[in-house]
Design a protein around this ligand. Structure first.
Ligand code: KG4
Ligand code: ZN
Length: 331
């Protein structure tokens, strides 16, 4: 059995072939970052058109890489939300056509739950219960993963996602889009204590807020014309990382979990990995980061979750499947 995964929720077109045991035969990702770079963020219509152009040849390439034929596909899993409605429609419509012509089950997959399955692909032996931290460009949530069928959101950002806070700050200082990886590199050469920035909601609860940090950085930039970009990036990143670290370890303590799985694009960040690893060493908690290629948007995680759903529910979705831009983990 080969599961074909399709991901088009934002600005990455991805096609993957995954085996039921989690072996990844292909996981191809085409990033539209260059297309959107000059706008400083994703342009939804341009993203939809580009997915439409790139998805069919990318699926063919994935089959070629996996050395399988159309007739070897046993199920099609596709992200059906949350995300941009146009890009989601392209992926879901294509997947519907494919499931019909190949006569195989269709699985509409929640993108956030799929991010958690990156952990399953990387560390199948570390089973729930664990605390999931989904930290990406669109989402920042602390999830109590009691089993692979029971997700409970116990904390989340009240405004910007952590990746969004990095990208918006990056735009202010001319780093282009997405700014996360550039901030990562610049921060490595800077002093994280150089600029004093706020850590909103740090001392209370599990919810987070990054909008105030972004605004504080904007005000700081208005008052300072000459500064070290490395120091500023390091200080800004440090504020984001400290909030995420404190909240995640607090959550793990509150719900008594010994494992934390960090997933989503921002989980690629080296400073975040370092801070979590150091905290874990000081406490009775183990932290797991999937490899970077499984942290950022990819279709292998979509295929993995789709297969799990097929196994536990015994059937796929009908052709009535509709993409939902605002899908949450609770849906
Ligand atoms: O999971 P993802 O690929 O897409 C969403 O579902 O949002 O995450 C993209 C986010 C962007 O905000 C990007 O700037 C951030 O992940 N990102 C990073 C790094 N690599 C990607 N942020 C910090 N450091 C990185 N190395
Ligand atoms: Zn994502």
């Amino acid at each position: 059995m080969n599961i074909l995964g399709i991901e088009t929720s934002c600005d990455e077109t991805s096609a993957a072939v995954v085996r039921p045991n989690g072996t990844i035969l292909a996981n191809l990702v085409y990033s539209q970052a260059q297309l959107h770079a000059s706008y400083g963020g994703v342009v939804p219509e341009a993203a939809s058109r580009d997915h439409l152009r790139k998805l069919p040849p990318l699926v063919e390439e994935a089959l070629h890489t996996a050395q399988i034929d159309w007739s070897d596909i046993g199920a099609v899993a596709v992200t059906c939300g949350p995300g941009l409605i146009g890009p989601l429609l392209v992926g879901v419509s294509y997947a519907k056509g494919l499931s019909w012509t190949c006569a195989v089950p269709l699985l509409g997959v929640n993108h956030l739950a799929a991010h958690l399955f990156a952990h399953w692909l990387a560390y199948p032996e570390i089973e729930p219960p664990f605390l999931g931290l989904i930290v990406s460009g669109g989402h920042t949530s602390l999830v109590h993963v009691a089993s692979w069928d029971a997700f409970r959101v116990i904390g989340a950002t009240r405004d910007d996602a952590a990746g969004e806070a990095l990208d918006k700050f990056g735009r202010q200082v001319g780093l282009g889009y997405p700014a996360g990886p550039r901030i990562d590199a610049l921060a490595a050469a800077g002093n994280p204590a150089a600029v004093s920035l706020p850590r909103p909601l740090l001392d209370t609860g599990l919810d987070m807020s990054f909008a105030g940090l972004k605004t504080a950085a904007v005000y700081w930039l208005r008052e300072h014309s000459s500064f070290s970009l490395e120091d500023l990036c390091a200080s800004y990143l440090e504020a984001v990382v400290e909030v995420l670290t404190v909240k995640a370890f607090r959550a793990a303590r509150m719900v008594d979990l010994e494992h934390i799985a960090v997933v989503g694009g921002v989980a690629a960040n080296s400073r975040l990995r370092e801070a979590f690893t150091r905290q874990a060493a000081e406490r009775e908690v183990q932290v797991h980061f999937p490899p970077v290629a499984l942290c950022t948007d990819n279709a292998a995680m979509v295929a993995a979750y789709g297969y799990h759903r097929l196994q536990s529910e015994g059937q796929g979705d009908t052709l009535r499947l509709r993409p939902e831009a605002g899908l949450t983990l609770r849906d």
